[in-house]
Design a protein around this ligand. Sequence first.
Ligand code: ZN
Length: 253
Amino acid sequence: MSHLIGRPLPRLAAIFLLFAAMLAATLTTQFVTAPKAHADGCYTWSRTLSEGAVGADVEQLQIRIAGYPGYGKHLAIDRDFGPATKAALVLFQKAYGLPATGIADGTTYNKIYALQDDDCTPIHFTYAELDDGCGGSGYDGGPLSAADTKLNALKTMWQLEAMRHAMGDQPLNISSGFRSIPCNRSVGGASDSQHLYGRAADLVGSHSLCALVKQARYHGFGGILGPGFSGHNDHAHLDIRTSNYWSAPSCGI
Ligand code: ZN
C-alpha cells in the first residue's frame, strides 16, 4: 500500500487538476456545436408562407400538415395556401404547442425538420414498412409508376404521423401497405383497392381497432374500414381517398 494514502494532495498537483478541469470546461463550450436551425437533409423552406402564397414550397408544407384538416375533411395538396391550409396549419401548430399563427415561419419549419427523416418520411414511419403487402416490391408492380406510388405512400405516412401524435405517441403497427397487383390478388384485396396505389395502410395493435378507426376521422382519411365491416374484424383499414367511405359497424361507425 502506498505511504501517500491519507495525506493531503500535494499543492502543486491540486493546482494542476483545477487547471485541467477549467481547460476541459472551456473546450466543451467551444467545440460542442449547436444543431443547425435552418437547413435540413430532406427539404428546406426559404421563405415564410401565409395565406395567398402559391408554389412548390406550399405543396411541401401541405403534404406535412395534411393530417390536420379537421374532422371528416381532406386538405387538397394543390400548391395554393388558402383558408383550408391555414386552418390545418393552426391545428398542426396547436398539436405541437407552437404559437397558433397560421403562418409557416422558422418556428414551424424547425418543428417539421425535427419530425422528418432525410428521405422526407416522418420519423416514425418508413417507405419499407408501407411496402410490406407481400414482403415488399420496392413500389413496383402497381397501376402507377413507382415514383407516383411512393408519393402517395409519403402522404399516407404524414397523415399517420398526425394520428400517431394525437393518440399519445404510441406506435401504429402496419400489417399491410402498398401491394403490387399480384400481391393484392393473392390476399383477396378488392380489384380497385387503395393499397394498389400506395394510399392505404392496415393497422393493428397498441390501440383498440375501434379507437383507431374513430381517431382516423380527424386526420384526413377518406377510407376507414374496421370491425363489423366484411373482412375487417382483425385490422383497421385507412386510406387517403378524398371522399368519405367509413364503415366499422361494431364501433358505431
Ligand atoms: Zn386495407
